[in-house]
Design a protein around this ligand. Structure first.
Ligand code: CUA
Length: 189
């Protein structure tokens, strides 16, 4: 009787030990897999975790610096790439429409003038938070011309559901013909 009890408790112990060992192996394997994914995507896709934090004074955006009104919208850089700058605030994006060329490296730079907003561009993987005090930067490229909507996806107050902008992608050869005003207002040719 007593040997039976000993035997069964010893068996239970062995089962528990095996189960725990399996869980430990599973947990370690999961960590190794996640590290492998980070290393692989870092090397193969050149994806890096954010390496710097860019801060900005949200109360002075309109007064001086990169996000003054004249500097918003799309600007062509010396290397031919395009930088798009805009501000998020309750309850709109400024400018309301972003006009960019297709098949061109695009850098998006945005910040918030008040509370936390978010943005995504439909049919793309552009998706970021827009946090007051910080500049959100994304590098992207649009393969084909077309229109995309860009809603705010972070609840930011009573007008949140009405906060969105448009992204218009024009053919690469048309873009240089547009005036800066046409670019910030999305007026096509
Ligand atoms: Cu801005 Cu929701």
């Amino acid at each position: 009787m007593s040997t039976d009890t000993n035997h069964s408790s010893g068996g239970g112990h062995a089962v528990a030990l095996r189960a725990e060992r399996r869980w430990a192996i599973f947990a370690v394997a999961l960590i190794v897999l996640m590290l492998a994914v980070i290393v692989y995507s870092g090397l193969h896709w050149a994806m890096m975790p954010p390496s710097r934090v860019e801060t900005i004074d949200p109360s002075r955006l309109q007064l001086s610096g990169e996000f003054v009104e004249d500097n918003l919208g799309s600007a062509v850089e010396p290397d031919g790439s395009v930088v798009v700058r805009f501000i998020a605030q309750q309850y709109s994006f400024t400018p309301q429409c972003l006009l960019v060329p297709a098949d061109t490296p695009i850098t998006i730079r945005t910040t918030s003038a008040d509370v936390v907003h978010g943005l995504l561009v439909t049919d793309t993987n552009i998706n970021t938070m827009v946090v007051p005090g910080y500049v959100s930067t994304m590098n992207t490229r649009f393969d084909t011309p077309g229109d995309h909507t860009m809603p705010c996806h972070e609840f930011c107050g009573v007008g949140h559901q009405g906060m969105w902008a448009r992204v218009t992608v024009v053919p690469k050869d048309q873009f240089p013909l547009l005036t800066p005003t046409a670019r910030t207002r999305c007026v096509p040719l």
